[in-house]
Design a protein around this ligand. Sequence first.
Ligand code: B4P
Length: 192
Amino acid sequence: MFNLILFGPPGAGKGTQSEKLIDQYNLIHLSTGDILRSEVAAQTELGLKAKELMDRGDLVPDEIVIGMIRSKVEASLDANGFIFDGFPRTVAQAEALDTLLNELGTSITVLLALVVEEEELIKRLLNRGKDSGRADDADESIIHNRIAEYENKTSPLIGYYKEQGKFKDVVGTGSVDDIFNRLCESIDVLTS
Ligand code: B4P
């Protein structure tokens, strides 16, 4: 299995690039943000719990997202591999993912980190907020909170995956196609 973590701060383009990568490499796309938003839309118990946190730009508790990912992975064991988009976001989530994949006889192949400056992130998210209807894109102070959550809780994962020799950064600015080509170059080296 080829298991990719697409990593980066909010608005780095993880969702945008995942859409293209799943077609190119025939992988299953698991976005915790998308799964949580569908739970919110369906007004499930989990969605009702998550909504308030997401609207504030806070992370949702680890046990909720870990449980969601476990059931999605176990439902697709015959896949070529997975793109984990927006997951893991804490060291506890990364450890749980390693344990889960180990149980299934596989592991993370690589983490590709999209590098984008804060000013550009804010611009992209406010721009999406004009028509996304997402409360967490509509307000600059919430976007700052999301970036702070990333700095405090998610960026330590860089060290976690560097220690495993699985970290690679990729320039995340420029056109969507240019960034896609850079990601493909990194993946092709590992799969050829
Ligand atoms: P996510 O849904 O993961 O959202 P994101 O960080 O905003 O998105 P992404 O980086 O994918 O950006 P995108 O491609 O869309 O998380 C939302 C919330 O869910 C979190 O705040 C948290 O509350 C919760 N959550 C999710 N996962 C969790 C977890 N594991 N643990 C706890 N809580 C969790 O791009 C953004 C915009 O930029 C788009 O409008 C796009 O069109 C534009 N764009 C992309 N590439 C561009 C480019 N090259 N140039 C110009 N614009 C570009």
